[in-house]
Write a protein that binds this ligand. Structure first.
Ligand SMILES: Cc1cc2nc3c(=O)[nH]c(=O)nc-3n(C[C@H](O)[C@H](O)[C@H](O)COP(=O)(O)OP(=O)(O)OC[C@H]3O[C@@H](n4cnc5c(N)ncnc54)[C@H](O)[C@@H]3O)c2cc1C
Length: 279
């Protein structure tokens, strides 16, 4: 969440340094637009900052991190700002928010190897679309997919609706590129499945909420698209009965079961109040 570094650059030099690195497009200073970065999407978390850095390349991320480290300023990486735990909001008003929103390039897609390599700021829904374009599936799916970014999904180890079959982001990731707190880059972008070399360092950064570095790109696993999807909507009397049903369904279809969600009667009542036409 927060990378805190110490150093000797004077804080008031920091703005000049960041402006020189990022140009006018890349640095947001306190103004009306600035506010949206300091508040979580639902308004539940708010945290002040002195700048929002919007790098457009890994080299710029590295230069920004180096400048902040020298100034002794804490950095808060931010993706689509849809996280539910306040991890993308600063606690120290001198912080610099580093938003990945301008780093959204598709670096490579390889349908033969079933991999896609994207920059961390690419929204999840775009990754799904790029996969469909080559007749493949990227299975992570969550209600915030139009706004959340791959870097945020990785940093929260997101699961989503199909986690039963495909696993969470730990299971969907083959390689990462990360800028470390000293500004150096760790390059672990690879699409190798049977990798038995040493420590699996990428796993340190997945689910770390940005505490160990800023993820700038990832190589992700793709899958064949299912030919048919069958959905059943079943009423169960208790959560225990839902678990029994899950067990029965798994016994019959095994790994083909991709999603299993339990909705409370109360939720359904509110959906029908909000969307009466859904009946
Ligand atoms: C409607 C809704 C439904 C959701 N459903 C699910 C669900 O089904 N399953 C689930 O797991 N989650 C779910 N979530 C929460 C989920 O964690 C986020 O939607 C998403 O994974 C966060 O991505 P983000 O880009 O918005 O990250 P942010 O909110 O911007 O950041 C989240 C954390 O990651 C860090 N971070 C962001 N980008 C980077 C980066 N490039 N490098 C390092 N650190 C970074 C931030 O500092 C912060 O700590 C849901 C959220 C909403 C609003």
């Amino acid at each position: 969440m927060h990378i805190i570094a110490t150093g000797d650059m004077l804080t008031n030099d920091l703005g000049d340094r960041l402006r020189a690195i990022l140009g006018s497009q890349g640095l947001v200073e306190p103004n009306a637009e600035f506010e949206r970065y300091c508040i979580s999407f639902d308004g539940a978390f708010r945290g002040p900052a002195q700048y929002v850095a919007r790098p457009s390349s890994t080299a710029q991320v590295s230069a920004v991190v180096t400048a902040c480290r020298k100034a002794g300023i804490s950095m808060v990486p931010q993706g689509g700002n849809t996280g539910l735990a306040g991890g993308a909001q600063p606690v120290d008003p001198r912080s610099v928010i580093i938003s990945l929103e301008r780093m959204r390039a598709l670096r490579a897609v390889d349908p033969q190897n079933d991999t896609i390599t994207v920059e961390a700021g690419m929204p999840l829904a775009e990754v799904q679309t790029h996969a469909v374009d080559v007749n493949r599936l990227f299975p992570l799916s969550l209600a915030s997919e139009g706004s959340c970014q791959i870097g945020g999904n990785l940093s929260t180890n997101a699961g989503g609706t199909q986690v039963l079959r495909y696993g969470n982001m730990r299971a969907l990731t083959l390689g990462l590129e990360v800028v470390l707190p000293d500004g150096s880059m760790w390059s672990g972008l690879r699409g190798l499945r049977k990798d038995s070399t040493g420590y699996d360092l990428k796993q340190l950064f997945i689910g770390a909420e940005g505490t160990l570095g800023i993820i700038t790109a990832a190589t992700l696993r793709l899958f064949p698209r299912p030919r048919d999807i069958v959905t059943a909507f079943v009423a169960v009397p208790t959560p225990v009965a839902a678990l029994d049903l899950l067990h029965i369904a798994r016994s019959h279809v095994g790994e083909s079961l991709s999603a299993f969600e339990l909705m409370r009667r109360e939720c359904m009542k509110w959906v029908l109040v909000a969307l009466p036409e859904a009946i």
